[in-house]
Design a protein around this ligand. Structure first.
Ligand code: GLY
Ligand code: MN
Ligand code: MN
Length: 444
């Protein structure tokens, strides 16, 4: 990865200033940031894939860092206690060149020795904070604070604003995902099963499953109505109606999160609904500006969904009534989107400010993950959906509002499962940039 070209040094300099301010504000002399380690399964010598502490990953954007620790002390070059075991069972990590330049590196072959050296250094410090998984640390130092809320909120709040380096990573993560999406679409139209499509995605995006940003959602027919559908059927269905794929890519630990939906029969009613939702998605996306409210955007998308339900004859009342009486909630039961970064559902979407005040989700939309004000350099998803989910439709049918639903039309679409269109966007000083659409256009 050409980190220098993508502004890694500037990114590190900006993090240094950000952490210096945060530590001073909360009265800490330093922060200790462990990368963490994977926990073994019960009575086993195997563990799930290692995911580094995102506070560590923001400084050190590479997964090969298990057991390493960073000491951030304003005024000093950050010190990296780099763990590279003298191991013949596994290949030890190699210190990347960019890390050798950015940090004062102290290599260790044993993690107990690493922690001993760290404890020795920490004993000389004043009040310091540990930011990250603390379970295996026996700091036992009176001036240690473990994940102090104020400081953590401060750092988490700041993480929503991406540096140019981070934006470059997310553009690359998008390109990776889009390569997979194109192959997946072709595999679907070629008659593949969910499993075939999943494998085509992995191969084309050159990703191993354990390194995906999140498990691929590869859903044919009614499986598209299972929001986080987790299986890969080996047999294609006898009749193909629809295909929903929610799958992303990673670069330097940063994620993309992309969904597309296709009709098996382009030109049919379901396809028309896909195109109409796609147009609405682009409409709400184009209106994004720094300083506006994502909660308002979410509400507006519900009104747009209501408009589609009326236009396609799925409900017989007005769009306003479909919204007011919460009919839209049964067709669009998740939030419009979320912050994106080192985590697919990046943290900090509910923080109103760096002090940690909560921006609560509205009572009607408890699953909305992004309730703070939209700001320049935020990267987030816009992912409206319209689904035909049996358990929600059953509840709607039993409610008073059920009489305003055209069940013949709704039932005809049930085998298609649902639609989600998901892009990733960057808020700029002037407006908004859709990261996903140009990548699809470029790959054509
Ligand atoms: N892929 C999970 C989500 O879209 O939030
Ligand atoms: Mn997604
Ligand atoms: Mn998403």
């Amino acid at each position: 990865m050409a980190f220098d070209e993508a502004g890694y040094a500037a990114h590190i300099a900006e993090l240094g200033e950000q952490w210096q301010r945060a530590l001073a504000e909360h009265g800490f002399e330093a922060a200790v940031v462990p990368a963490g380690e994977a926990e073994m399964f019960f009575q086993d010598d195997q563990a799930p894939p290692f995911h580094p502490n995102p506070h560590f990953a923001r400084w050190f954007p590479d997964d090969d860092c298990e057991h390493s620790v960073l000491l951030v002390r304003p005024g000093d070059v950050p010190k990296l206690y780099f763990h590279a075991a003298a191991d013949f069972w596994h290949l030890p990590p190699k210190l990347p060149d960019w890390a050798a330049e950015a940090f004062d590196v102290e290599p260790h072959q044993r993690h107990d020795a690493l922690r001993g050296a760290l404890a020795h250094d920490l004993a000389k410090l004043g009040r310091f904070a540990l930011i990250g998984p603390a379970a295996s640390f026996d700091l036992n130092l009176p001036l240690a604070a473990i994940n102090p809320k104020g400081l953590v909120n401060n750092l988490v709040f700041a993480r929503a604003e991406k540096t140019p380096f981070e934006v470059a990573r997310m553009r690359e993560a998008t390109a990776v995902g889009v390569r997979g999406h194109r192959a997946a679409r072709d595999a679907f139209y070629g008659g593949g099963s969910e499993f075939d499509i999943h494998m085509a995605y992995l191969a084309a995006s050159s990703q191993q499953e354990s390194k995906l940003p999140y498990p691929n959602i590869v859903a044919l027919n009614e499986h598209a109505g299972v929001l986080h559908y987790q299986h890969y059927d080996r047999q294609p269905p006898a009749t193909r109606h629809s295909f929903l794929i929610d799958a992303g890519g990673r670069s330097g630990g940063y994620h993309s999160d992309i969904t597309r939906t296709y009709s098996a029969t382009p030109g049919d009613d379901f396809d028309a609904l896909i195109q109409a939702l796609d147009a609405k998605q682009q409409g709400v996306t184009a209106a994004i500006r720094a300083g506006t409210s994502y909660v308002d955007m979410h509400r507006h998308m519900h009104l747009e969904a209501a408009d589609l339900l009326v236009r396609f004859g799925l409900v017989t009342c007005s769009a306003e009534s479909a919204f007011e009486r919460k009919i839209t909630d049964q067709f669009f039961p998740h939030g419009l989107g979320h912050l994106l970064g080192l985590q697919t559902h990046d943290v900090g979407g509910h923080l109103a400010n760096a002090a940690g005040d909560e921006a609560e989700a509205p009572e009607r939309f408890p699953s909305l993950r992004y309730t703070r004000t939209i700001e320049a350099n935020h990267v987030f998803t816009v992912e409206p959906g319209i689904y035909f989910i049996p358990v929600l439709l059953d509840a709607l049918a039993e409610s008073d509002a059920g009489k305003d639903v055209n069940w013949r039309k709704v039932d005809a679409l049930r085998p298609c499962g649902g639609i989600r269109i998901e892009d990733n966007v960057l808020v700029t000083a002037e407006g908004v940039e859709n990261l996903t659409r140009p990548a699809f256009a470029a790959e054509q």
